[in-house]
Design a protein around this ligand. Sequence first.
Ligand code: PBG
Length: 338
Amino acid sequence: MNIGSEKFASFPQTRLRRLRRHEWSRRLVRESRLVVDDLIWPLFICEGRQRAEPISSLPGVERLSVDRIVEAVAAAIDWGIPAIALFPATPAELKTPACQEALNPDNLVCRAVRAVKEAYADQVGVLCDVALDPYASHGHDGLVRDGYVVNDETVDMLCRQAVVQATAGCDIIAPSDMMDGRVGAIRQALDAANFQHVQIMAYAAKYASAFYGPFRDAVGSSANLGSGDKRTYQMDPANHAEALREVALDIAEGADSVMVKPGLPYLDIVQRVKDTFGVPTFAYQVSGEYAMLAAAAAQGWLDREQAIGESLLAFKRAGADGVLTYFAREVAELLYRR
Ligand code: PBG
């Protein structure tokens, strides 16, 4: 950015602290703002009735049975949160190498989507991940052949999974698998099944990150993955230009919006993506980021509200249009009180 500093008077005529002296003045010159419209709230689903299971690596986040999900979504709507994301903790006995449960129209996530849509229709947007890991006995996002996660065969499954989720009522299909060519294939499959209006938010630049650990505990996939990793399909944390290629491909294939993930450690990518493509760009403040902030706040080492607010504002400053964050409901409440 050219700030044209040669045109400015210098000190002592210019004193930048003048504008910072009072809160009313700081408010007038504030360049970015976090509002409730920026928030997408991820929720974890478990089997059962009236159940809320704590997740030890995500203190304050619980897996909720479908009936409790519906209650949580009522709160989200009350606080003005525009969309939620649903993630199933599939019972271990339903996880298989071929991930058939992903295509079951009565699987946990489909039942939750239907319940939310029956209760609230279009008062809230519902996003579903498309990837096979919640259904995989091996914990991978795709099908494994000879120890390798195969691309094209996985994409066929993902297309069917997307149609199953759209049939249940999902508004935003979010492929989080990082297979090549999946966005175009899913768009075609959705259109062929008459779901032209269903959006695709591509996890376009998704890195092979250590910050997903608590999420894998939440959906019960860490044990399945074991010592395995996702580096043959998720991006290398060292890469920058490659992220732009990933995003360019997903946009060309028909993504309505794109996402960068994780969030704060990859803020440079968020900014570059937004500046380069100008499309709706989202960031995922992932489970490990939540866990770090929550743990430090619990120790009294950080002011919880301030640290959460600052971390989310940073995404807006970088150019993100919105953020998926486990803090969404808490932040919505804070923003309302302010
Ligand atoms: C599954 C998926 C993951 C996350 C979102 N979807 C985990 C992974 O890729 O292993 C991570 C979200 C988080 O950490 O909060 N494909």
